[in-house]
Write a new protein. Sequence first.
Length: 190
Amino acid sequence: MQLIRLVSFYKTLGDKTRIRIIVLLKNGPLHGQAIAGKLGLKPPTITHHLNKLKEIDVVYQRREKNTIYFYLNERKLEQMVSSIVRLGGDEMFESFELNGGEKAKIIKNFTNADGTLKSLPAQRKKKLILLEYMLRDLEAGRSYKEAELNEHIKKFYPDFATVRREFVMAQFMYRQDGIYELNPPEMWPV
């Protein structure tokens, strides 16, 4: 289970300086010197805290000429915060609900007779259903090397890199050091 991931996320956020950085970045991107100045801390201290926030993907950076700006990944922050609520299985927190027949119809419309995908839909709801479809035959609790996961995805769709990235972004899977593992179904968006 990926409870370890949630614990790591909340441990990282359990620091007042990191929370203050998140609050600052909610107003827009800032460079490290600006963050240090606003918080009254030294730049190496800010770098340390930003690295911790980048490890859990709550902060990302972009370079503009010679300056690195830090941005808040609000979507990731919201997903992680809401995932703890979804672990309880409370149905009112589901992002959308479809019955089995509706899911089957979407899968049928986007797959060939051999089970491969015709295309990956742009519409989020349909894409999530097809991503879930491609997860079949993967075992919960088992770790998959990137190459092994690529081979699995190629059975369904040739662009394995895109699908692999979508698995992680949609919270179907967790990735660390090139190793992938299924998240508990309670964390899945469908």
